[in-house]
Design a protein around this ligand. Sequence first.
Ligand SMILES: [Fe+2]
Ligand SMILES: [Fe+2]
Length: 194
Amino acid sequence: MRERVLAWLADHVSAERIEHILGVEQTCLELARLHQVNEQEAALAGLMHDLAKFFPPDKLLSLAQQHGVETDEILTNSPHLLHAEVGAIVAQREFGIENPEILAAIRHHTLGFPGMSPLSCVVFVADAIEPLRGNTPELEVIRLTARENLYKAVRQTCDYSLRYLVSRIKIIHPRVILTRNWALIQEKQFLETK
Ligand SMILES: [Fe+2]
Ligand SMILES: [Fe+2]
């Protein structure tokens, strides 16, 4: 399966993006091991998370519509955000992935989702902190947190993304905020049970 996915990726995304994807795959493995998440599922979800990254906007929109993906004004105006949802469609159609956890992790890797599973949290955080994302102090903090408290790392990843979007005057999808609030509650509960 891995070789098949890599061959497909070579035809559909840039070489640079493949390096990022391999970084996410490896980071998923490490986080899964630390947090008792199925390592194979995490690695496969990481490998497949950006399948649709380079699909043009009209293709993203038409595939999303064909497959009944719920869209809203923000998604139709920024179809790139749909590469997560459409990536899951490609994983299913092209590679026969039926595991709902893996498909959800691909679907939620960009905006997150309140109540998402630990596997989805692993992929969401790994996408942000894989080694090629750089070494800013903020990223280093998330990398350390991710080893201890996965939910706190999800919240920090949302905050990181929100700060970026605000500073660049970009549209914010409300699901990032819902994910952030949910993760904040989980992070506190996790600390209380320790
Ligand atoms: Fe992505
Ligand atoms: Fe990514």
